[in-house]
Design a protein around this ligand. Sequence first.
Ligand code: GLN
Length: 221
Amino acid sequence: MSSDPARPVIGVLALQGDVREHLAALREQGAEAVTVRRPEELAAVDGLVLPGGESTTMVKLAARFGLLEPLRAAVRGGLPAYGSCAGMILLADRILDAPPDQETVGGLDVTVRRNAFGRQVDSFESDIAFEGLPGERLHAVFIRAPWVEESGEGVDVLGRVVGGPADGRIVAVRQGNLVATSFHPELTGDRRVHAMFADIVRHHLAEQAGAETGNEKEMPS
Ligand code: GLN
């Protein structure tokens, strides 16, 4: 059953990667943040963060833990999910520069290129233009990051690189309840992306509660 929208339960996929930082960032948003490694844990969350790490490893571990199909079903069923870096790759319907057998969870109608900024560019920081976030440009940290090479019609482009050789490249997208960024907002003190995701989760919970009440009204007594 769904949680109190004031205190949503948000999971962080904890197979590999920077889990702790996301848990802390989510708690700062008033969420109950929990780790997710098993299907039962996935079933108990109102939203899920897929952290950065190594997408090839994460997807293999997800399959081994029996989580890949439940993750696909949850995303298909409307579970709000936010993927950062490797998490963006996991949420993408199509990936480039990946081993031919690399699977994804999918759900986002985008083509994502792994390690897109060049293999020699391990990590860099840049200010990016981000739609819909209050305040200044967002200072983004990229670590062997992907970018969105193509996005489908239903996808909102939220963020792009400004300046430099990757000027204009898409690094943040949203499609319904799914959000993905190429960069790692959990590594900076800027909590605006986590706040936006927590809002999406709360909104979804409130909608579900409304739908449940509506159904009850329609039920014959
Ligand atoms: N390059 C990694 C991958 O392809 C992603 C890097 C990251 O998440 N920081 O999975």
